[in-house]
Design a protein around this ligand. Structure first.
Ligand SMILES: NCc1[nH]cc(CCC(=O)O)c1CC(=O)O
Length: 307
């Protein structure tokens, strides 16, 4: 049998995620545990090539997924493994997310050179992050700090922190765990102080809609709880989608069948904040997300979404 080909970016985190999908496939299907039954195909994306420039200037959405989706479309790979955080809310025609792996902790990890937390960094300290969502929420809580752009993959950013380029930085705890770097974390930020990005910590498996064989292969990998949560958060984002220069955060949680959704949109300086909280039955995830997004969209000054 020809190998099942998994497409992923080449960053250490992307490869760790691809291997997680591979291991889960091998556990679900004994024949895929054979050597060479699964092949990981590394695909460089625009986002990987331009890490030294500002991603926002490069044009935003789909930077980390476009080339992988082209490989999927062309049949060079059978499935793509993505951080759902990087996947635009609208997928190309003929593609679908067929499985969501069990979600990791969605919170952000805080790394300070001297071990401080966000609240006890001294005034004027420099926090490195290129993410507008993180910038906005840091400045909302600590307007006395300075936020500067800090790019590169997880290892690069931690090296820049160690070298003293910044006093602190933030990274998704999920990525840190998947890379086995948990001992470097100084604090974990609670979601009340730093609401995560939509779908942070979730890994999605994308396939061609017409590929029933691969859909059947990946079906056992799907985690229903993760899927409902990510559905609510992505519906919230889709209802607000205007520009990637708007800091947007959201987190859905499940307790039994009850799904709660917290969403937030801020100005990049953290001075204006719109927040929404709602709850409902898990099967209403998409509706809850859409309604929460529309509720905030109606409140937003136009410049928020049309920068
Ligand atoms: N855009 C980069 C990116 N995409 C997904 C993750 C982390 C892993 C995840 O959220 O699942 C990261 C790095 C980070 O934000 O620290």
């Amino acid at each position: 049998m020809p190998p099942v080909r998994i497409g992923a970016r080449g960053s250490p985190l992307a490869l760790a995620q691809a291997h997680e999908a591979q291991n889960r496939l091998a556990r679900a299907h004994p024949h895929l545990a054979e050597p060479d039954a699964i092949e990981i195909v590394v695909i460089t994306t625009t986002g990987d090539r331009i890490l030294d420039r500002t991603l926002m200037a490069a044009g935003g959405k789909g930077l980390f997924t476009k080339e992988i989706e082209e490989a999927l479309q062309d049949g060079r790979i059978d499935l793509a493994v993505h951080s759902m955080k990087d996947v635009p809310t609208r997928l190309p025609d003929g593609m679908e997310i067929a499985a969501l792996l069990p979600r990791e902790d969605p919170r952000d990890a805080f790394f300070a050179r001297e071990g401080q937390g966000l609240d006890d960094l001294s005034a004027g300290s420099v926090v490195g992050t290129a993410g507008l969502r993180r910038q906005a929420q840091i400045l909302e809580r600590r307007p006395d700090l300075r936020v500067v752009p800090l790019r590169g993959n997880v290892q690069t950013r931690l090296a820049k922190l160690a070298a003293g380029e910044v006093d602190a930085t933030l990274l998704a705890l999920a990525g840190i765990r998947r890379l086995g770097l948990t001992d470097r974390v100084t604090r974990v930020l609670e979601t009340e102080e730093m609401l995560p990005a939509v779908a942070q910590g979730a890994i999605g498996v994308e396939i061609r809609t017409d590929d029933a064989a691969t859909r059947a292969l990946v079906a056992p990998l799907d985690c229903a709880d993760t899927a409902w949560r990510v559905t609510a958060e992505r519906a919230f984002l889709a209802a607000l989608d205007g520009s990637c220069r708007t800091p947007i955060a959201a987190l859905a949680c499940l307790e039994g069948d009850r799904l709660t959704l917290t969403g937030k949109v801020s100005s990049p300086d953290g001075r204006i904040v719109f927040r929404t909280e709602s709850a409902g039955h898990r099967t209403d995830a998409a509706l809850l997300g859409t309604e929460a997004g529309m509720e905030i969209a109606a409140l937003l000054p136009e410049r928020f979404l049309c920068l």
